[in-house]
Design a protein. Structure first.
Ligand SMILES: CCCCCCCCCC/C=C\CCCCCCCCCC(=O)SCCNC(=O)CCNC(=O)[C@H](O)C(C)(C)COP(=O)(O)OP(=O)(O)OC[C@H]1O[C@@H](n2cnc3c(N)ncnc32)[C@H](O)[C@@H]1OP(=O)(O)O
Ligand SMILES: Cc1cc2nc3c(=O)[nH]c(=O)nc-3n(C[C@H](O)[C@H](O)[C@H](O)COP(=O)(O)OP(=O)(O)OC[C@H]3O[C@@H](n4cnc5c(N)ncnc54)[C@H](O)[C@@H]3O)c2cc1C
Length: 602
């Protein structure tokens, strides 16, 4: 119900309070991040911690880190990540902003040469940030060395006004009434703004006092390292958002009743309808699947970071492919699922008080930010094509592509599934997913060799990423899982996750010969049985997410199920209900009604 200005100020207030508590309670960086989650409104702090600080950590020298991170940790400065421009987003190499070295003053001149080079979108840039890591083309000795990161002060630390040569503002309202409108995504034009040479982030490359460009011995892809880090955190965000939506839809489905009453008896809970289960339970399974793969991805990222510190860059391509692919698949599935959860809740799901419209609006842009999902899947495809060609030349693949080493078997194997029960076997499931992913990648590599096209491989990338998610779910079930019967429930959800993908992508499985039509139909039969088995525990499985009513923010998803009185109470809070006769009655309704009445009496 807040206006844009009120919403923005409310976010500033909450973020400031969280910061105060962080200091008072001496929270670690990880704990502070968790606390920030409960602000639950996008705001400048997200960019400060999730992008500004990691960019300096990953791309700054030790000296630069000491100087800037000390200030950033104490919130003496607030930073953002200014990469995207009005005319350029996905194609980072196409950015136009320039950083031209001037040896006479030992400074870089930061400039926006065109309208399309205006920085556009960075969160917190519009009204809040005092500093930014700005990405620009480095030009020295008359040569363009491509994109590099620079730390720039944007606003005065005394009165917050923009520094000379910097034009800065908010880019305007966004999708939905609340959602991302709490964030001041910004626009910035630079008019020959000078910054000291040592504000170029110099871990990857340096410019000497004389203006000579020197590249370090680290791969230039580390320039994109911040994006790898954030994509990994976005997978965890997606699983959280999806579990919130599913929690609302499952709990409401157990309360809502329609049809089916016999002789005046109670109607049927909509959650008992098979159509409702087949639409909703795959999302329940996905919420668990994304959580487990998110935990694994966090481990992978930590592992890669440790290797990078000891100058082992070998796992960087895999980390890029995994983070890009999983960010893409999980955020797309989550946005689609939240939208479907609204429909699963019928008309009430469309009310803001259901919590679903806000959840959708705030998570939808995750399909775009931090790399458009299609563009990222094409990066995965590129990685797969390289791996296929390495396998062809005898190299043994490792990590998430290790299955490709089993090429002889996987290219010709036939699924062992013969009965409905066989689809309970994790090894049988894994094999068909591996065979499908490999066959699609190999087909794609063959097509590309005939008619090279960058866009080939999208589907193969999806198949590979789905295999990763299924595999990590199966591996999770091999761990010790506490709690009576918990493992059995998770096994059912794992089955639902995998088999619903077989159902959804049956065309791929059939056309690659991984599954026969009969096996596809057995998978559907198994799926129907699993839905029925999960039904009695569905509410417990969403209660297990352990969300408070306050955090869930939904009249439909209340823990106590007292949905109708909550909806009724929420309706009366609407500003339209502040008066019985609405504003505007005197000017617009009354004259009209009176006139029509007069006419009818003539
Ligand atoms: C705020 C959240 C709201 C939630 C609601 C409330 C809850 C609050 C809780 C908050 C909690 C957490 C908050 C999380 C907040 C997230 C906020 C995010 C805000 C968004 C920020 C942004 O969007 S920043 C801008 C992002 N931009 C992009 O991602 C651009 C995408 N484009 C690219 O990355 C590149 O252009 C490209 C990879 C597509 C192409 O690069 P290039 O032109 O160089 O070409 P190549 O394809 O030739 O690649 C060259 C080689 O480099 C390899 N590569 C590419 N990328 C990487 C990488 N990242 N790492 C390693 N290697 C990489 C590529 O594979 C090629 O290798 P070879 O094949 O070996 O040559
Ligand atoms: C809420 C939000 C917050 C953001 N925060 C920040 C921030 O803090 N800092 C920052 O720097 N940026 C930020 N961004 C910008 C974001 O990173 C870009 O929007 C994103 O990288 C996509 O780029 P684009 O908008 O240029 O889309 P485009 O690349 O123009 O995409 C348009 C369409 O073209 C398609 N397409 C593009 N290239 C290809 C290709 N090669 N093959 C096939 N299809 C293609 C895409 O799939 C898409 O459908 C934010 C964006 C949003 C929405």
């Amino acid at each position: 119900m807040l206006s844009r200005k009120e919403l923005f100020k409310d976010t500033l207030k909450k973020a400031a309070h969280a910061w105060k508590r962080t200091v008072e309670l001496h929270l670690t960086e990880e704990e502070a991040n968790l606390l920030r989650l409960y602000i639950d409104q996008p705001g400048y702090v997200d960019l400060h911690w999730v992008m500004f600080v990691p960019a300096i950590k990953g791309q700054g020298t030790e000296e630069q880190q000491k100087k800037w991170l000390t200030m950033a940790y104490k919130f003496q400065i607030i930073g953002t990540y200014a990469q995207t421009e009005l005319g350029h987003g996905s194609n980072v190499q196409g950015l136009e902003t320039t950083a031209t070295f001037d040896p006479s003053t030992d400074e870089f001149i930061m400039h926006s040469p065109t309208l399309t080079s205006s920085k556009w979108w960075p969160g917190g840039l519009g009204k809040t940030s005092t500093h930014a890591v700005v990405y620009a083309r480095l030009i020295t000795e008359g040569k363009d060395y491509g994109i590099h990161g620079f730390i720039m002060q944007l606003r005065s630390l005394d009165d917050h006004s923009p520094l000379p040569g910097i034009t800065i503002g908010d880019i305007g309202g966004k999708f939905g009434s609340g959602a991302y409108n709490s964030m001041d995504n910004g626009v910035m034009r630079l008019d020959h703004v000078r910054i000291p040479r040592d504000q170029m982030l110099m871990r990857l490359a340096q410019v000497t006092r004389e203006g000579k460009y020197v590249h370090s011995d680290v791969p230039k892809q580390l320039l994109y390292g911040t994006m790898v880090y954030v994509r990994q955190t976005i997978v965890a965000d997606a699983s959280r958002a999806l579990s919130r939506a599913v929690c609302i839809a499952v709990r409401y489905g157990a309360i809502r009743k329609q049809f089916g009453s016999k002789a005046g008896g109670p109607e049927t809970q909509v959650l008992n309808y098979k159509t409702q289960q087949s639409r909703l339970f795959p999302f329940l399974a996905s919420a668990y699947a994304f959580r487990f793969v998110g935990q694994w991805l966090k481990w992978l990222y930590t592992d890669v970071t440790q290797k990078l510190e000891s100058k082992d860059f070998s796992t960087l391509p895999e980390a890029h492919a995994c983070t890009a692919g999983l960010k893409s698949v999980t955020t797309s599935a989550t946005a689609d699922a939240i939208e479907e959860c609204q429909k699963l809740c019928g008309g009430h799901g469309y009310l803001n008080s259901s919590g679903l419209p806000e959840l959708f609006a705030v998570n939808l842009p995750a399909c775009t930010y931090e790399g458009d999902n299609v563009v990222l899947l094409l990066q995965v495809a590129r990685f797969l094509m390289k791996t296929v060609s390495q396998v062809a030349s005898g190299k043994q693949p490792v990590g998430t592509t290790a299955y490709m080493g089993n090429i002889q078997h996987l290219m010709q194997c036939k699924s062992v599934v013969n009965t409905v029960e066989d689809w309970l076997n994790p090894a049988a499931i894994k094999e068909v997913f591996e065979a499908r992913a490999l066959r699609m990648a190999v087909n794609c590599a063959q097509n590309i060799s005939k008619a090279p096209s960058q866009e080939e491989g999208f589907e193969a990338a999806v198949a590979h990423v789905q295999l990763i998610i299924v595999t990590k779910f199966i591996e999770k079930l091999q761990e010790d899982i506490l709690g009576h019967g918990v493992k059995e429930q998770l096994q059912k959800l794992c089955g639902i996750y995998a088999l619903h993908l077989i159902h959804k992508h049956l065309g791929d499985f059939l056309s690659t010969g991984c599954v026969t039509a009969r096996q596809g139909s057995l998978a559907n039969e198994r799926l129907g049985k699993l839905y029925a088995q999960v039904r009695p525990n569905a509410v417990a499985l969403v209660d297990a997410f352990d969300y408070t009513d306050h955090y869930l923010g939904s009249a439909l998803g209340r823990y106590d199920g007292d949905v109708y009185s909550a909806l009724y109470k929420e309706a009366w809070k609407d500003p339209l209900n502040e008066t019985v006769v609405p504003d505007g009655y005197q000017e617009h309704l009354r004259p009209l009604l009176k006139q029509q009445l007069k006419l009818s009496r003539l």
